[in-house]
Design a protein around this ligand. Structure first.
Ligand code: PXL
Length: 280
């Protein structure tokens, strides 16, 4: 069985980070090995009074033990990181645990809707850019892409704007850039996929529902990393991830639940299993 090391926080409420990565990667028929970066009582968006236990000091020894067990992940997937020093630790872990066959996927989770998540600064974005240089694939949303490149954040834009951001990001990575949250019309949203092997940009869209849906970036990146690890193409992995997230958002939108608590992805894990689970 293939294995993915997922370097993320564990948030008790909100269905994001590890509570998204573990079920999605498992449904794909891949072992998910978590490297918890922090333990929070909930994610930090639109939530007050959450608890936060930083695990930076635990991470290096945790992964050194894996190394002593002869563990080499097929992919290393990083998401929300709680501090600048944690980025340095994650860079070392990638160097220690990966082989030439290990895919490195970095989701530079730090911002959305034009602003940084609570507690993050411009310094964090610079450090995250350095982490992106270790990646085969990165999956920023448009806000994160702007913080990484210095581009102006816009809510209305055209293909030229998107492709100029992608072009700036492409020098950071080895294989591809998946820019999420791309929308050229009020009723459609999706992603732009840059394949560095042939310099092509492909677009995928689904229906757009109003509202902010927490954890969907993590669900998308988890499904994407699973697809790549099962050796589906970059474009196929991105398209499946988008469809999976779309199904989960649609159900949540129709149920009118409090979106701070995450989307109803559980009922759509069968889609991931059908797409990826059967392939060795
Ligand atoms: O989904 C991204 C994410 C992950 N983990 C924590 C977060 C967020 C976004 O707000 O706060 C703790």
């Amino acid at each position: 069985m293939k294995r993915i090391a997922a370097i993320h926080d564990l948030s008790g409420i909100g269905k994001c980070s590890l509570t998204a990565a573990i079920p999605v990667i498992s449904a794909a028929g891949i072992e998910c090995n978590p490297v918890p970066t922090a333990v929070l009582s909930s994610h930090t968006g639109e939530m007050e009074g959450y608890t936060f236990l930083d695990l930076t000091d635990n991470m290096q020894g945790y992964c050194r033990h894996w190394k002593s067990l002869g563990i080499t992940p097929d992919a290393i997937y990083t998401g929300y990181l709680g501090s600048l020093s944690q980025i340095e630790v994650v860079k070392n872990i990638i160097d220690d645990l990966s082989s030439t066959d290990t895919s490195v996927v970095v989701d530079p989770a730090m911002a959305d809707s034009g602003i940084m998540y609570k507690g993050f600064t411009a310094d964090f974005a610079s450090a995250m850019k350095e982490l992106c240089r270790k990646a085969d694939y990165i999956l920023p949303n448009i806000t994160e892409a702007c913080f990484l490149t210095g581009a102006e954040y816009k809510t209305e834009y055209n293909k030229q704007y998107i492709e100029s951001i992608i072009s700036d990001l492409s020098s950071l990575v080895k294989k591809g850039v998946i820019l999420t949250g791309v929308s050229f019309s009020p009723d459609k949203i999706g992603c732009a996929v840059f394949d560095k092997s042939n310099s092509s940009v492909s677009y995928y869209f689904t229906e757009k529902y109003g509202g902010v849906y927490y954890g969907t970036g993590d669900l998308f990146a988890s499904a994407f990393t699973a697809g790549i690890t099962k050796e589906f193409s970059l474009n196929e992995s991105a398209e499946t991830s988008l469809e999976f997230v779309h199904k989960s958002i649609r159900e949540t939108y129709l149920a009118k639940t409090d979106t701070r608590f995450g989307v109803a992805f559980e009922n759509h894990l069968n889609y991931i299993y059908e797409k990826y689970g059967r392939k060795i």
